[in-house]
Design a protein around this ligand. Structure first.
Ligand code: BDR
Ligand code: CA
Length: 323
């Protein structure tokens, strides 16, 4: 079996934690490192959560702490109503254990790891893209050594989805639109798994209860951390369950057939009331207008086989629970 070497850039975060479990369960993934970023909570909290997850689920990859705010600087806003005060659904967390942080900042860790494994590393980024943008700013040449970038981010209007923070902006893009636009401008193969697919991928409370009953302590953990997240979705959208945003992006790494895609350059609107809107120029219709010159083509997710994804996620959790 060929394995994918993966750096997981993340802001854990309830759905980030469920995505990490999927990566740990996937026999075709070799986790090289986990880099943290602000987003669902402060970077202090997301890093504490990453170290907690490392101890709780016993993975060996280093954890490197990343950006505390957007690439432009300024104040950081996080909303505890979504992922909880502690970022993990306010489950009780133990005192920090022995797991240590890598001495390098996340963006330096990313550059060093890619340069040590040229052409082999996939970066899975499921938070604001600040760490990736900082890495590009420090070492523009490293982008051409990356095998692939897969992000959870954006929304392009497929299946009626455009924004979850504003009418037009998805949260990971909204939090750092300038960073996201730098990432879309870089010379690396990139796939954006946005709300177009992830909001078609609902883990209902019945599904999560079944997962809890089928996959031991792992399933119980997923159930526990998703309770308040599901409560948020129910109160705001009347939805029963949670959207599997980051887990779907994780699944794409080794099961890309789950997702349908469209090719074309991507840009982010940086101002006005549509700040954070992601736009793709389809390769099938290359409009010759200003602003799209020299932007390489990327893929966006346009749809998903949600039934197959949910079956695969459950299968992976059952396997993880018996290890
Ligand atoms: C994205 O925003 C965060 O709240 C989630 O973890 C996910 O990465 C969904 O828009
Ligand atoms: Ca996330």
């Amino acid at each position: 079996m060929t394995t994918r070497k993966v750096i997981f850039d993340t802001d854990p975060g309830v759905d980030d934690a469920t995505a990490l479990l999927f990566l740990l369960a996937d026999p075709a993934v070799e986790l090289l490192g986990l880099t943290t970023v602000w987003g669902n909570a402060t970077v202090e909290t997301t890093t504490r959560n990453a170290l907690f997850l490392k101890e709780r689920f016993g993975f060996h990859a280093p954890v490197a702490k990343g950006a505390a705010g957007s690439i432009r600087g300024g104040s950081v806003e996080t909303d505890p109503a979504i992922h909880g005060q502690n970022g993990l659904g306010d489950i009780e967390l133990p005192e920090p254990g022995d797991a240590r942080i890598d001495p390098r900042p996340a963006h330096r860790f990313i550059i060093d790891t890619v340069r040590a494994n040229p052409g082999e590393v996939t970066i899975l980024a499921v938070g604001p893209m600040t760490n990736l943008a900082l890495a590009l700013r420090e070492d523009a040449g490293f982008a051409s050594l990356v095998k692939e970038v897969v992000i959870m981010g954006g929304a392009f209007g497929y299946n009626g989805h455009l924004g979850n923070v504003s009418p037009s902006a998805e949260a990971n893009i909204w939090n750092d639109p300038e960073a996201a636009d730098m990432v879309f401008a870089a010379d690396w193969p990139l796939v954006a798994i946005g709300l177009d697919a992830t909001m078609e991928t609902l883990m209902s409370n019945a599904y999560l209860a079944d997962l809890r009953d089928a996959s031991g302590a792992v399933g119980q953990f997923v159930w526990d951390i998703t309770r308040s997240y599901a409560g948020f979705y129910h109160s705001v959208m009347g939805v029963d369950g949670i959207f599997a945003h980051d887990s779907l992006a994780a699944a794409y790494l080794t099961a890309p057939e789950l997702v349908s895609t469209r090719a074309g350059a991507i840009r982010v609107v940086l101002d006005d009331f549509v700040r954070g809107l992601t736009v793709q120029r389809p390769d099938t219709r290359k409009h010759e207008v200003e602003g799209w010159e020299n932007r390489r083509s990327h893929l966006i997710a346009t749809g998903v086989d949600a039934t197959a994804f949910l079956a695969l996620y459950k299968q992976r959790m059952v396997e993880l629970s018996t290890r």
